[in-house]
Design a protein around this ligand. Structure first.
Ligand code: ZN
Length: 273
């Protein structure tokens, strides 16, 4: 599943490739991808152009002058910018055909991704977006905000940080990395997290995300960022995927455990509770 950094990289690429081009046709090859009325979807996008692409958590918001198109890639969704004459592949479910001979194609082999069309600026009311907490690299994310969200929670800190209503956009890989850098045991109860811990979590969350955006995301398993970008951040990961390797800070062996069903990598010495 793409993490926030991958979605941000995709957003940047979409801004480079897909803005201010008149859409002359919208082709829907797999109807379930479109959550809202399909005829309206086509009608409201044809003869328009995307003027901006925003991101909230892992949602992409394509804006025209009058509408917001909300897109979530889920497990395997990708966008490709191609020549209109290129053969249409099996999993290219939605095609935006521009009048410059190019297509923006939404490809999704798992078919979990969803796209919805809403009136302009209504995206904040979209159910999945409405419940999101502050973005992990939002400048207004403070240690006090995080502390308030955690102080009455009995769940493991790892689980709370994956909760998108607390912080939006931190996925499993980055939470493992952030807790390692902050020297916090992933299993510790959220209500035991101090204000100082919150400060560290936020600091390292921003650092990990900025860094991974710089390296164009993390390519793990089958995920390859859209538009042909392959991430380079996986080489920078300090604990994720490094079970039985030596900790970069203390040479202790990195352990892999499950926390609430999710694969969790940590250093038993650096992250002692
Ligand atoms: Zn260590």
């Amino acid at each position: 599943m793409p993490e926030l950094a991958e979605v941000e990289v995709v957003r940047q690429r979409l801004c480079d490739e897909a803005l201010r081009k008149r859409i002359k046709e919208v082709i829907i090859n797999y109807g379930k991808t479109i959550e809202t009325n399909k005829d309206d979807f086509k009608k409201h996008l044809v003869n328009q152009a995307f003027v901006d692409v925003k991101r909230k958590g892992k949602y992409l918001i394509f804006q025209t002058n009058d509408y917001d198109m909300v897109s979530h890639l889920r497990m395997e969704g990708r966008y490709y910018y191609k020549d209109s004459s290129d053969e249409v592949l099996k999993h290219e479910h939605v095609i935006f055909r521009f009048d410059n001979g190019k297509d923006l194609r939404y490809y999704d082999s798992r078919k979990f991704g969803r796209i919805a069309l809403l009136p302009k600026n209504a995206y904040m009311e979209y159910p999945g977006i409405k419940k999101l907490g502050l973005d992990a690299n939002d400048p207004s994310l403070t240690k006090e905000y995080l502390y308030e969200k955690l102080k009455n929670k009995k769940l493991a800190i790892k689980t709370s940080l994956l909760d998108q209503s607390i912080i939006a956009g931190l996925g499993n890989i980055y939470v493992n990395e952030v807790l390692f850098l902050a020297h916090i045991d992933p299993r510790i109860s959220s209500d035991k997290i101090t204000l100082k811990d919150c400060e560290h979590i936020i600091k390292y969350a921003k650092e990990v995300l900025d860094e991974s955006i710089k390296f164009k995301g993390t390519t793990i398993h089958s995920f390859e960022s859209s538009l042909g970008v392959t991430g380079g951040y996986q080489e920078k990961l300090k604990v994720h995927g490094r079970a039985n390797e030596e900790c970069v800070q203390c040479k202790t062996k990195i352990l892999k455990i499950k926390v609430n069903g999710r694969g969790t990598y940590y250093c038993p010495r650096c992250q002692k509770s």
